[in-house]
Design a protein around this ligand. Structure first.
Ligand SMILES: [Zn+2]
Length: 501
């Protein structure tokens, strides 16, 4: 069933003319550690349900958790990359609430003592730099996953039973929370998207997560409120949960802006609540009310020792951080000679790393960008996946370009080579071989084909003899058709002009 709503929505421009938006972004990142946060269970994605569990992550009585050192290291590195202070001493806390996918009836999280706090980072939108202040980055564990069966929407309402998979219970999570983001005006939707994209690049660079939004290893809750003017106090916010693509982050901010603006313009108030995001219709619907303060009865986790990271270790981790994303982008743009627009498109398409690897594999920057941003982007779009999920590697793209440069295939044939690679037919060279895609370089065959085209089109041939060289296009087309595209169009043109000179 498609979610619908009767909520009136003001157009984004109208909303911006009357109100000032304030953002708050909470991002959950699943770490890519081999084992879970407090036990040795595997974290591999996609395993059969409930095969990666043990007494600790099932919350059985008497089981004792042990902190995953690698997860703490990742949390500190994330904090440092976001210019945060790293706590000298901090504890885990129990966040008490009941939910069937949380077997302990509390989530082990951090409350008033996060491992990292008071940071900042910067994002660029259309040439403007926005500073995003980071409130905190804290460690916690993921919950299991509920599957509601029998209903139309996949949500619990209307379902006739639910299944629970605890494989995800206890996987290390880092929650990164911004301070209120002000001063973005009409660019709020793009700033929200740019921030999540920036975090994704930063986390990828750190190697701490595979940051796959479509698999839920990076999830974003979007807080938004409106106020009359930038100097007015904050308005009441809504929190749109689990927005799972960059595009949807932008759309969710846009939609909520229009919805809240319509309420405020009509003299109604915005209800403080969580809201569900609907990818198909691009709207949000009400979730849980937050009008009354939730009381999770947090208290320090008594089964875990406090974390007191050695200062020398923290300094060592800081010294070992990779080049920050913005500096890296600036350096690469310089090296590749891309314009601002070309660079923005490359980053926006999530192709920066792919282009970099394709160049490292031997392609020119222009060729690498061309293939990833046109041909590959189109195919990824058709399949509804990220570029990185396509079954073609940067080395494949570099090899296809080399085949073009060597004159073995032309651009049109190159596309067919990619068809074959994506269909799992092997490497570019194997596809050329198997599909017989190489350009015909046999001069005798080409010459014969040109003769046939001239013979079949005497009027065109006469025009060329009379000096109307532009007419050659029709003959080239005829030859290319006969050769099933497998000819070098430049060479065909030369032959035609030689013969009709
Ligand atoms: Zn376990």
């Amino acid at each position: 069933m498609t979610a619908t709503t009767t909520d009136p929505v003001l157009s984004f421009d109208e909303a911006m003319a009357r109100f000032d938006p304030v953002l708050g972004l909470e991002v959950h990142v699943e770490l890519n550690t081999v084992s879970k946060m407090f036990c040795g269970c595997s974290t591999v994605f996609g395993a059969p349900p409930n095969t990666q569990t043990c007494p600790v992550c099932l919350g059985l009585p008497g089981s004792m958790p042990v902190v995953n050192g690698k997860a703490v290291e990742a949390a500190i590195r994330i904090g440092l990359a976001l210019n945060c202070s790293i706590a000298e001493w901090c504890r885990f806390a129990r966040k008490n609430y009941f939910y069937p996918d949380m077997p302990k009836n509390f989530q082990t999280s951090q409350y008033d003592e996060p491992i990292a706090y008071d940071g900042w980072t910067e994002v660029d939108v259309d040439g403007t730099t926005y500073r995003i202040d980071i409130e905190r980055a804290h460690m916690e564990e993921d919950t299991g996953k509920s599957l509601h069966v029998g209903g139309a929407t996949g949500r619990i309402h209307g379902a006739d039973h639910s299944l629970v998979d605890y494989n995800r219970a206890g996987i290390p999570l880092i929650e990164i929370v911004t301070k209120p983001v002000e001063g973005t005006g009409a660019q709020a939707p793009q700033v929200a998207r740019a921030y999540v994209a920036h975090l994704r690049d930063l986390l990828l660079g750190l190697g701490v997560s595979d940051v796959r939004m479509e698999q839920g290893s990076l999830r974003c809750d979007v807080n938004l409120s409106l106020r009359e003017s930038p100097s007015a106090p904050f308005g009441t916010r809504s929190e749109t949960k689990n927005v799972n693509s960059l595009r949807s982050v932008e759309r969710a901010v846009r939609y909520e802006t229009g919805r809240q603006a319509a309420r405020l313009a009509a003299g109604e108030r915005v209800v403080q609540e969580t809201r569900h995001w609907h990818e198909d219709t691009g709207i949000t619907t009400p979730g849980r009310s937050k009008e009354e303060a939730e009381d999770y009865r947090y208290f320090p986790e008594p089964d875990l020792v406090p974390i007191a990271p050695d200062r020398a270790w923290v300094e060592q981790l800081k010294a070992g951080l990779p080049e920050p994303p913005r500096e890296r982008r600036a350096r690469l743009q310089q090296e590749w000679g891309f314009s601002d627009l070309e660079m923005r498109d490359t980053v926006g398409a999530g192709a920066l790393g792919l282009v970099e690897e394709t160049i490292a594999a031997g392609a020119s920057p222009a060729a690498a960008r061309k293939w990833w941003l046109s041909e590959m982007a189109r195919r990824a779009n058709e399949q509804g996946v990220e570029l990185t999920a396509l079954a073609v590697t940067p080395a494949d793209v570099a090899r296809v370009q080399a085949l073009v440069d060597e004159g073995k295939v032309n651009d049109k044939l190159a596309r067919q080579v990619f068809d074959g690679v994506l269909a799992g037919e092997g490497t570019p060279d194997e596809v050329v071989e198997k599909r017989g895609l190489a350009v015909v370089s046999d001069e005798g065959a080409l010459s014969a084909a040109v003769d046939r085209a001239i013979e079949a089109n005497p009027d065109v041939a006469q025009k060329i003899r009379d000096g109307k060289v532009a007419a050659a296009g029709a003959l080239i087309g005829a030859v290319m058709k006969e050769m099933r595209g497998q000819a070098d169009a430049g060479r065909v043109r030369e032959l035609i002009l030689e013969k009709l000179a």
